[in-house]
Design a protein. Structure first.
Length: 257
């Protein structure tokens, strides 16, 4: 009789809150070594009847128990380290469970909805914090290494260009010294001019020797002396020369033997 009264009661419903929170509880995770913390908000959904049945305390308690059972059965299938996945699965299970509860449990008259929020215990949070910090350090070191390699590559390209220019210019070493010691520009310029004068003097000396040899030697001696003198001049100036042909009549005797 009470059931019929509840089903067909048309008395005006008193004003009651449409939502209420189930006291927070714990629910085991996969393996049952850790427990999720669970908070659930219970709500009465609109009914298609002309008047609303106001649920009694017994009905609210039955719905709360059903919610807890559903949550616990669902979280047991999910790892404690995957709270997002567990929360989505729990809410899907609650939607399915409460959608047909009025047909499976005569004591539940109203239509109900529930939304669960899954949390982690403090010891698991500590593990996740340590893991995230470790991952951040690894990623930061990798980024620093990548940046260091890129800068080293850029620096190497700059030095390679400088060395390439230096091999083709007699002024390169003085330019480098000016870069390192711009305050001593006058002294560096003076040293450069002195070096050039010395090189020019040596070249003139070699030319004079060639002229003298031409005046006193025969044609063979003249050609041989000229060849040797020119080779020495180029060697002193730092100009690379190919080796003499051993089959040539002007080749040195030590190379022929």
């Amino acid at each position: 009789m009470t059931f019929l009264i509840q089903r067909f009661n048309t008395a005006p419903a008193p004003s009651l809150p449409e939502e209420s929170d189930i006291p927070a509880f714990t629910s085991p995770a996969l393996g049952e070594a850790f427990d999720f913390t669970v908070a659930v908000r219970l709500s009465r959904l609109p009914s298609d009847r002309r008047s609303q049945w106001v649920p009694e305390r017994e009905e609210t308690d039955r719905v709360s128990d059903l919610v807890r059972q559903t949550v616990r059965a669902t979280t047991r299938r999910h790892s404690i380290f995957e709270p997002d996945t567990a929360e989505a699965a729990v809410n899907e299970a609650l939607d399915r469970c409460l959608a047909g509860v009025t047909h499976t449990d005569p004591a539940i008259i109203c239509r109900w909805g529930a939304r669960a929020e899954i949390g982690l215990p403090e010891e698991v949070k500590e593990i996740r914090r340590a893991h995230l910090l470790n991952m951040y350090e690894i990623e930061a070191r990798a980024e620093a290494t990548k940046l260091r390699v890129e800068k080293l590559r850029d620096s190497s390209a700059v030095w390679e260009g400088l060395l390439s220019e230096a091999t083709g210019s007699s002024f390169a070493r003085y330019a480098v010294r000016l870069t390192e010691d711009p305050e001593n520009a006058a002294g560096i310029f003076e040293q450069m001019l002195d070096a050039r004068k010395e090189e020019a003097g040596e070249l003139l000396k070699l030319v004079a020797e060639i002229v003298a040899a031409q005046r006193t030697a025969g044609i063979y001696d003249l050609v041989l002396a000229s060849d040797n003198a020119l080779r020495q001049a180029f060697e002193r100036l730092g100009v690379p020369l190919p080796p003499a042909d051993p089959d040539s009549m002007f080749a040195p005797l030590d190379e022929i033997s």
